[in-house]
Design a protein around this ligand. Structure first.
Ligand SMILES: Cc1cc2nc3c(=O)[nH]c(=O)nc-3n(C[C@H](O)[C@H](O)[C@H](O)COP(=O)(O)OP(=O)(O)OC[C@H]3O[C@@H](n4cnc5c(N)ncnc54)[C@H](O)[C@@H]3O)c2cc1C
Ligand code: SF4
Length: 511
């Protein structure tokens, strides 16, 4: 019997969270996931396997519009990209929802405001074991309560850096992060604070991800069926074009056809747009739910960069992703436009930095560099441009993306280099490309969003405020696609909070 109340396609931050939100609904739910469970194996924590051999990334080849091939830095697993994410779980700021003026343009206002999402952010932080401390980040939006878990402490080298920054008048804060850590009872703590977290899967399932926090705990409920290694290929509508009647899918050569009253696409911003474009029919000639022409457009992925700051001081830190700085998020006295966000990355070892070092650098020098570096991650807001887009031609995924709003971001990186020289005895800066794959910038699609934005006007938005497509009554998109703008903090908590919000709406609709 292939008839369901609801089909959810994809189990990442959006889809996985929605599975959790609907688990007690009593509805018959089918979850289609093109990946399998990410295996627990020694390679989970092996830098060479993870970063050099791309063990957990798809082998798919996508193309740029000028026909250059690239391997996208994305993975297909139960839990989606949250299996390898750094679990830095931030709320957007209030102003991000209002429309922000940048040096290169203005971002659109969201159809809902921060206060509408605040209760769901609170629930999302509980669901994803977020640790943090209210009141430390000067740009923090209103919070209705303290974080559900205490902040993760800095190791001594990072505490020293924190104290130096504080002494100079900056406002470093403890980074909100989703891990199952009990610092006051390490003997019984699932998380061991290891040095292979950010960008790696967690071998011992201590990272809060959509698989272990949402999907697996929901499956004991027999009304939910998860089919892994099943890729949704096409959505079929009735003759009116107003209702999706079937989902076509495949596992290798095996073909499936499923029906449901409601279909939710949560395949990640790029693959969700691709699925809609692949589902064009006589009623939807430009792609399903694409009367606005916006499906696949406004692709954002953040201006991201990673940098190693090498100083005379040794850095034996293991779990480094504990500190962030938002002092330049909205600009500073000299530059009145937003610059972006600074946070620590996982601690790099010599294998991770080797591709950025000159080819003659011997292993020992690399090791010294790694032992004396602090690793920083920068995020700046990229603007939603209609020409930055995902398209499908003869079954091939194409990505067209031109950098936007880079002036503030460049300033942020320079500013932070100056700060570190001043406070931390830093002697060298090395751009760090392995994590980002910055030599082919498009590969670094980790923060992809915006390809089916939500908005009140069906002429320029794909989704309405509840993430139902304006054109098709029983079709939803619930992942990073809905963002009208990207802000400058990591996207997952907003994707999760929104999925909880849409889940509540769906429970009401299906009553
Ligand atoms: C290395 C790395 C580090 C990151 N660190 C952070 C961080 O610290 N903080 C943060 O907030 N974010 C981080 N991110 C980003 C974060 O992982 C994503 O923003 C988030 O996972 C996106 O959620 P999503 O639901 O939109 O898509 P995804 O999580 O990508 O989920 C999409 C799901 O759909 C499945 N799927 C795709 N196509 C189909 C199909 N046709 N049929 C069936 N299933 C399909 C996929 O297999 C996947 O399970 C990081 C990402 C990476 C890669
Ligand atoms: S730091 Fe904790 S959550 Fe991260 S990989 Fe290590 S054990 Fe897992």
């Amino acid at each position: 019997m292939n008839q369901y109340d609801i089909i959810i396609i994809g189990t990442g931050a959006g889809g996985g969270t929605l599975v959790h939100a609907l688990k007690d609904s009593g509805k018959k739910i089918l979850v289609l996931e093109r990946g399998t469970y990410l295996p627990r194996e020694k390679e989970n924590w092996d830098s060479i396997a993870v970063f050099h051999h791309d063990r957990y990334h798809t082998k798919e080849v996508w193309k740029t519009n000028d026909e250059k091939d690239f391997h996208p830095q994305t993975g297909y697993w139960v839990g989606g990209n949250t299996k390898v994410y750094g679990a830095a779980l931030f709320r957007l700021r209030e102003k991000n929802f209002e429309g922000v003026t940048h040096i290169d343009g203005t971002t659109p206002e969201w159809p809902l405001k921060y206060k509408d999402l605040e209760p769901y952010y609170t629930e999302a932080e509980k669901l994803f074991n977020v640790h943090g401390k209210m009141g430390e980040d000067p740009t923090e939006p209103f919070r209705s309560g303290e974080y559900p878990n205490p902040p993760v402490s800095h190791e001594p080298r990072i505490q020293e850096l924190h104290d130096e920054l504080k002494a100079k008048g900056y406002n470093p804060f403890r980074l909100p992060i989703g891990v199952r850590l009990k610092e006051n009872d390490m003997l019984n703590s699932p998380c061991i604070r290891c040095d292979t977290c950010d960008g790696f899967p967690c071998m011992i399932h201590a990272k809060a991800d959509a698989d272990t926090n949402c999907v697996r705990p929901s499956l004991s409920d027999t009304n939910i069926t998860l089919m892994t290694e099943v890729k949704a290929t096409k959505l079929i509508t009735d003759a009116s074009g107003k209702t999706v009647t079937r989902v076509e899918a495949e596992r290798g050569d095996e073909k499936f056809s499923f029906s449901a009253d409601i279909v939710v696409v949560a395949a990640g911003a790029i693959n969700s747009a691709i699925l809609l474009l692949a589902s064009a029919n006589d009623m939807h000639t430009n792609g399903l739910a694409n009367s606005s022409g916006m499906v696949g457009r406004n692709l954002m992925k953040h201006n991201n960069a990673a940098m190693l700051a090498i100083s005379t001081k040794a850095n034996p830190t293991k779990f480094q992703k504990t500190l962030a700085v938002n002092d330049f998020y909205w600009g500073d006295d000299e530059f009145k436009f937003p610059m972006g966000h600074v946070q620590l990355m996982g601690k790099s070892n010599k294998d991770q930095i080797s591709p950025d070092a000159p080819f003659f650098t011997p292993g020992l020098v690399l090791e010294e560099m790694a032992n004396h570096s602090v690793d920083w991650w920068f995020t700046g807001e990229d603007l939603p441009l209609a020409d930055n887009r995902v398209t499908l031609k003869n079954g091939q995924i194409y990505i067209q993306y031109t950098d936007t709003n880079t002036k503030g971001f460049e300033r942020l990186k320079n500013k932070w280099s100056d700060v570190l020289k001043d406070v931390d005895d830093v002697t060298h800066f090395i751009p760090h490309s392995l994590y980002l794959k910055k030599n082919i910038p498009l590969e670094g699609l980790a923060h992809q969003c915006g390809t089916c934005r939500f908005g009140n006007d069906p002429k320029n938005a794909v989704l309405d405020i509840n993430c139902i497509t304006h054109d098709v009554d029983n079709l939803y998109v619930v992942d990073g696609s809905f963002f009208p703008s990207s802000g400058a903090v990591n996207p997952s908590l907003t994707i999760i909070a929104n999925a909880l919000r849409v889940g509540e709406h769906l429970l009401e609709r299906m009553k």
